[in-house]
Design a binder for this molecule. Structure first.
Ligand SMILES: O=C(O)CCC(=O)C(=O)O
Ligand SMILES: [Fe+2]
Length: 307
């Protein structure tokens, strides 16, 4: 059991900020309802993800970018391995990133998107969903800023043109050939600032609480599970926690179902210097050294086999 906050994002932000902050300090997670992303768009996106992953393996692999670290396009089943895990995750995924205008000073950090020509409407729908995630994320960050005693708009510039990534995940039905110890997504912390996750109604997502117990995260239909990533944890000098989480293999009937989920990994801009906030430091604290968001990301991607 947990008392994860369940928050309506249509409430005035000063009214929800401390409840959100409390949940992030205790669990690193909160449920966010009324986030403004239209349910019809979510439904269309999920259907397109299903259409894409149903394509033949060879067709999908044509969208794997060699040497691209999986930052855009397709990453096949059996590629990603969580830090310190012994076996690969049971998932395949597609990444959509930010498309910056030509000549933008941050373009060198962000490869252009690619799109599967076999799935009509894919590009339009996922561009729209990316923009909606961006908007909802900015609102959640405003609530976090209020909670931390910063100006409400503190995070606006820190994430403007950041290399946020939307991941379309497919965990296939579990066959009889699951390698010993393999689960859908092994225990990990997210690298980025905050993550907004759609599709976690299908069971399996669990967080590790302070008592080292695995607790299910079960958002109601259409709600977001939102969690703090390592970058925000570092910026807040561990006041907000980047909590270890995983996706376990369901039993019974659910084992024969695929799981589709869509996390949006909201990132700082690559040149943002992550320096622990004064508001989160008490004299005598040993806080982490400063590092740019880009260098921090590279360090972590190497650890999970993606860079
Ligand atoms: O599929 C999920 O529910 C969570 C996925 C996740 O934690 C991740 O991709 O980082
Ligand atoms: Fe995650």
């Amino acid at each position: 059991m947990s008392d994860l906050a369940s928050i309506s994002l249509s409430s005035p932000l000063p009214e929800i900020s401390d409840e959100l902050g409390r949940s992030f300090a205790e669990y690193g997670f909160a449920i966010v309802r009324d986030h403004g992303i239209p349910q019809s768009l979510i439904d269309r996106a999920e259907n397109l993800a299903r259409d894409f992953f149903a394509l033949p393996e060879d067709t999908k692999r044509a969208y794997q970018i060699a040497g691209g670290g999986g930052a855009r396009g397709y990453t096949p089943f059996g590629t990603e391995i969580a830090k310190d895990a012994a076996v690969h995750d049971l998932k395949e995924f597609w990444h959509v990133g930010r498309d910056l205008p030509q000549g933008h000073p941050l373009s060198s950090f962000m490869a252009p998107n690619i799109w599967p020509s076999e799935v009509p409407g894919f590009r339009e729908v996922f561009e729209e969903l990316y923009a909606e995630f961006d908007k909802a994320g900015a609102t959640i960050l405003r609530a976090i800023a209020i909670h931390l005693g910063l100006t409400e708009r503190f995070f606006d510039d820190t994430v403007k043109d950041g290399n946020s990534v939307m991941r379309l995940l497919h965990y296939p039905p579990l066959g009889n050939d699951v390698p010993e110890g393999a689960i859908r997504a092994a225990a990990h912390g997210d690298i980025n600032t905050i993550t907004l996750l759609l599709g976690a109604e299908e069971p399996g997502l669990e967080l590790l609480n302070r008592q080292c117990e695995w607790v299910p995260v079960s958002p109601p239909q259409g709600a977001l599970a939102v969690n703090v990533g390592d970058m925000l944890e570092r910026l807040t000098n561990n006041r907000l926690r980047s909590t270890t989480h995983r996706v376990v293999n369901p039993g019974g009937e659910a084992a024969r179902r695929a799981r589709y989920s869509m996390p949006f990994f909201l990132h700082f801009r690559p040149d943002y210097l992550i320096e622990p906030l004064d508001q989160c430091i008490t004299p005598g604290d040993d806080s982490a050294p400063t590092i740019t968001a880009h260098d921090f990301l590279l360090q972590r991607l190497k650890e999970i086999g993606l860079a």
